[in-house]
Design a protein around this ligand. Structure first.
Ligand code: FES
Ligand SMILES: [Fe+2]
Length: 331
């Protein structure tokens, strides 16, 4: 995982008020719950008393209560009650659960992968696509993939596989020639890709280097570090994927269908639900292929022989390595 990043790891509706939720993310068992104001909280899912999963407990007064002996922990991880010692007894600091920095926005819950910063100003903003605003509504479907999240991300940046893996769906038309693809990376937009595949008529593909981003039309694919991907289908429709790392070998894919062409409340729900399901059909074509890739985790230096059409993947690997190195130098 990349240190010092906000990872989108759950959707908001997965954590309802009044009930703690256990989930393994970034290789760690975590508990999520909501305090009395509905604000999201997250801690290591392990009671400091004797190791029971807090997620098996309940939420009482905005604090998560362990099912074994009822110790309660607030959203900062502070133990606020040890029932056996008497409700009014002060609780020593040592009974602190390890809380994680957690935020919620755009229908997702993000956790911070790194040491907590002093104050809100110490954190970078949450990654999000500014072109998906409040005018969009959405549906999300979840699928678990048996691979490292870097493989799942690279699959979504891979324009070479379309006429093979998706020959019966989004890759119809046998466009095997990969022109470019033009790919850019900057701090504002993240990684952007313009898909320029064509039918092979004996032509030589244009190389990514001598193929600038077309000024007359927007990119199709966009990726924001560490784990959000967007496909611009039209002004009113986006496919979004959040690749939530469960651990080094498993990824939970949140396949989002964001639209604003249908705004009537009842119909909107049905359209979003159906849209999210159709995403799982396309992702279902990728999954059995991607799960065979070895090693699970990719890196900039690894034993793979890439081609010019893999430009987005090379750029992803390069930037990811830079971010990991930068965090390690700093820390
Ligand atoms: S193990 Fe959690 S309160 Fe005892
Ligand atoms: Fe695919």
């Amino acid at each position: 995982m990349i240190p010092d990043q906000w990872y989108a790891v759950l959707t908001s509706d997965e954590v309802r008020p009044g009930k703690p939720v256990g989930a393994t993310r970034l290789g760690e068992k975590l508990v999520f719950w909501r305090d009395e104001q509905g604000r999201i909280a997250c801690a290591a899912d392990c009671c400091p008393h004797r190791g029971v999963a807090l997620s098996a407990g309940e939420v009482v007064g905005g604090a998560v209560a362990c099912p074994f002996h009822g110790f309660r922990f607030d959203s900062s991880g502070r133990c606020v009650e040890i029932p056996a010692n008497g409700a009014s007894a002060p609780v020593p600091k040592v009974f602190q659960a390890r809380a994680l920095p957690v935020r919620e926005a755009h229908g997702f819950i993000y956790i911070w992968n790194g040491t907590p910063r002093a104050g809100e100003a110490g954190y970078p903003p949450l990654p999000w696509f500014e072109d998906i605003d409040e005018s969009f509504s959405f549906g999300v479907a979840r699928r678990r993939w048996k691979t490292h999240y870097s493989r799942a991300i690279e699959n979504q940046l891979d324009v070479v596989h379309l006429p093979f893996v998706h020959r019966r769906s989004i890759g119809r038309g046998n466009k095997r020639i990969v022109n470019g693809p033009p790919t850019t990376l900057d701090d504002v937009h993240g990684l952007r890709v313009w898909v320029e595949n064509a039918v092979d008529q004996g032509q030589t593909p244009k190389k990514p280097g001598d193929y600038p981003a077309p000024p007359d039309r927007p990119h199709q694919l966009r990726f924001l570090f560490p784990n959000l991907w967007e496909n611009r289908i039209s002004d009113d429709l986006r496919i979004l994927v959040a690749f939530a790392p469960i651990d080094g070998e498993n990824t939970l894919m949140y396949l989002g269908f964001f639209q604003r062409f249908m705004r009537t409340p009842v119909l909107r729900g049905a359209v979003n639900w159906l849209g999210a399901r159709s995403n799982t059909f396309v992702a279902g074509e990728d999954q059995p292929v991607v799960e065979t890739q070895r090693p699970f985790r990719t890196d900039l230096k690894m034993d793979e022989k890439l081609i010019p059409g893999d430009a987005p993947i090379i750029l992803y690997r390069r930037r990811r390595r830079e971010l990991i190195d930068a965090a390690q130098t700093k820390g």
